[in-house]
Design a protein around this ligand. Sequence first.
Ligand SMILES: Cc1cc2nc3c(=O)[nH]c(=O)nc-3n(C[C@H](O)[C@H](O)[C@H](O)COP(=O)(O)OP(=O)(O)OC[C@H]3O[C@@H](n4cnc5c(N)ncnc54)[C@H](O)[C@@H]3O)c2cc1C
Length: 398
Amino acid sequence: MKQEYDILVIGGGPGGALAAKTAALAGCSVCLIEKRPAIGVPVRCAEGVGEELLREFCEPDPKWISAKIDGARIVAPDGTTLDLKPEMAGNEVGFILDRKVFDRELVWQAAEAGADVFVKARAVDAIMQRGAVAGAKVEYGGVQRDVRAKVVIAADGVESKFARWCGIDTTVPMRELETCAQYVLSNIDIDPHKTVFYLGTEIAPEGYVWIFPKGERTANVGIGISGRKSGDGHRARDYLDAFVRDRFPGGKKTELIIGGVSVCKPLESTVADGLIIVGDAARVSDPITGGGIYNAMLTGKLAGQVAAECIAAGDTRKAALAKYDLLWRESRMGKAIARNHAVKEFFITLDDRKLNDLLSSVKNINLDEFSTLTLIKELIKRNPRLLLELRTLQKIIS
Ligand SMILES: Cc1cc2nc3c(=O)[nH]c(=O)nc-3n(C[C@H](O)[C@H](O)[C@H](O)COP(=O)(O)OP(=O)(O)OC[C@H]3O[C@@H](n4cnc5c(N)ncnc54)[C@H](O)[C@@H]3O)c2cc1C
């Protein structure tokens, strides 16, 4: 590990990998550090990603795809189902990845592009110089060392600490932190090409249960609930166990993960002097679904691009790096996050009766495409009062 690089990337998830690869391809010297001993494990994800979105970065490769998804089902609290069929397939259906392989492949690509990669290398503090971020203190091989960089890209995930060490408030309000539990469940009867989502305050308060197939009879079966609804005896895992007992009594649990997903607004600013924040660390996961793989990849790529440009121009101050902040906010992803946050705030106010009514209203329709946006538009068309309530809410929260 050298003492100085153009760019230091903290975290070897999809955000960090894309940032490192992009910056290295642009000719920068790049160091990526990952605190875990191996990239991609343990997996803390349901691994679903839209096909079209993924294709913005790479050709899908069978070796990191566990299942191809061509439809989805949403189940209301009263059991009413909304089926989104293959012909409506759009952004929200696509692949269930094998992230153990996928994340590793992305980091290999960064290494191939010229980035130095170190595992079991943990950032433990920021190096600040005249108010600007100038690198990180890194524990590696039993030694703590200073690694200096013109730009640090913080890609350290939902539990991110780096930005906080640089003086940025990254707190996620408890009610906007979904606490999640997930089993890889085998020996279960599922449709191996369909994702299923269960809604309802009894099943998953302010969240949902998902079934994401990983094979013919195996799936990621998980749940996210609002942090404010979690407590002794009613944690995410308790709700998940109840669901599994009820729906899949013969299921065999072959993996358990516990994790968090932020469904809040993104950080007010995702740049500072010498610093860019990407992916979950920037709080850019989707506030409705909690999905953040694509969002991390996009912000990672933009961060790598802008950091390389700014280094070439000799200006890595906040004002110059702000181009990154602007680019992602103006992207389709940035606009979707802003809209979906308002929609999520509205949906969590609904009781089960209202949820049943809403889903019944769109039960027999044919959507042109299955995307969150198309579904919301259809719900509003069939429930004009919804638009009014959403507008009022948007005014209150903005
Ligand atoms: C239960 C669950 C289910 C999910 N399901 C989906 C889904 O189906 N689809 C979807 O799109 N998204 C899903 N997500 C979200 C998705 O996993 C994240 O949005 C995505 O991984 C974000 O990528 P990232 O690169 O920002 O962060 P991460 O993938 O979290 O990577 C951050 C990396 O930084 C490392 N790190 C942290 N601190 C340090 C440090 N100090 N020094 C060095 N390294 C450090 C970590 O070890 C980690 O490897 C889910 C999340 C959870 C918890």
